[in-house]
Design a protein. Structure first.
Length: 304
């Protein structure tokens, strides 16, 4: 099971009822946070989730509305006597910016490990899932992220017997381990059926539409994408500031074949996002306006 919570939906500045854009997911005792603008930890607490299991923080880019809440969050972690290392992932230069912010959060009792992204596309294995980072098109280096939880094939007794796999090896092979026994190598594919559908969430904000987005969001269960402007008449402004309109986000969702689109990162001037949803659904029917602490629980498909 993967829990997904959109902590905030505001771009540029927090508003009284709209927190800055950030996402948190929980899987198998591990929590992932993407972006950490001002007020992020307050939104986490209002949701009733905990900051203590956060072991990875991904930064899309180092603009203030995506990173300014980090010192306070790290201080709260330190004050809770955290000792486990924390990994922060972001574009090249993230370490320098975070270390500058830590001038006001010195003496943390835990290590911060940095992974700086330098390639157009990078894969990082985390705690039971794969994290894909892909470069976007904004005014500064910026990355989108996909969290992918794979699911191996179902154990197949007939396949194991046909491959003459000793029964004592079935359990480790089913768990994905390759085993050497009596001079022979046994691999998981000798006892498992076809790979089953896993879970995938893609998060993309502060960018113009680029083909890479649809490619990396392909078949996502939830595609969380910026919709800075609802009105298509603001398309020129979106292009100038390297952001997106609702229609552009919906077009990407359609191209990617995702199950569901959540819009986020609204302009402060966009007071009523819902006013533009019906027009957007003509492009991609399963479009949903992002709301503060909007949550979903994703589960693997049941085997037939």
């Amino acid at each position: 099971m993967l829990d997904v919570c959109l902590l905030g939906t505001s771009g540029m500045m927090p508003l009284p009822r709209r927190a800055l854009t950030a996402l948190m997911t929980r899987f198998n005792g591990s929590s992932l946070l993407i972006d950490c603008g001002e007020g992020t930890q307050v939104s986490i607490r209002e949701k009733g989730w905990s900051i203590h299991a956060i072991d990875t923080i991904c930064i899309t880019h180092v603009h203030g509305d995506h990173i300014s809440g980090l010192p306070g969050l790290l201080l709260s972690m330190g004050n809770a006597e955290r000792t486990q290392p924390l990994t922060i992932i972001g574009p090249k230069g993230t370490r320098r910016v975070v270390e500058a912010l830590l001038i006001i959060a010195q003496g943390l009792p835990f290590e911060i490990q940095f992974i700086e992204l330098t390639e157009k596309f990078q894969c990082i294995e985390r705690n039971g899932y794969l994290l894909e980072a892909f470069r976007l098109n904004h005014t500064v280096p910026c990355y989108g992220y996909s969290q992918i939880i794979s699911r191996a094939g179902k154990f197949d007794v007939s396949r194991a017997n046909e491959s003459q796999v000793p029964m004592k090896l079935w359990n480790p092979l089913q768990k994905g381990k390759t085993v050497e026994y009596e001079g022979k190598i046994y691999s998981p594919d000798m006892v498992l059926g076809p790979v089953r559908k896993g879970l995938k969430v893609t998060y993309c904000t502060d960018t113009r539409p680029v083909p890479e987005i649809a490619q990396r969001a392909k078949d996502a269960d939830i595609f969380i994408c910026e919709g800075m402007y609802g009105d298509e008449e603001q398309g020129a402004k979106a292009r100038e500031n390297k952001h997106m309109t609702f229609a552009e986000a919906a077009t990407l969702a359609k191209e990617a074949g995702v199950a569901e689109l959540w819009l986020t990162h609204y302009s402060p001037s966009l007071i009523r996002p819902d006013d533009y949803i019906e027009a957007t659904r003509k492009i991609f029917p399963n479009t949903k306006p992002g709301k503060e602490r909007k949550t979903a629980e994703l589960n693997f498909e049941k085997d037939i």
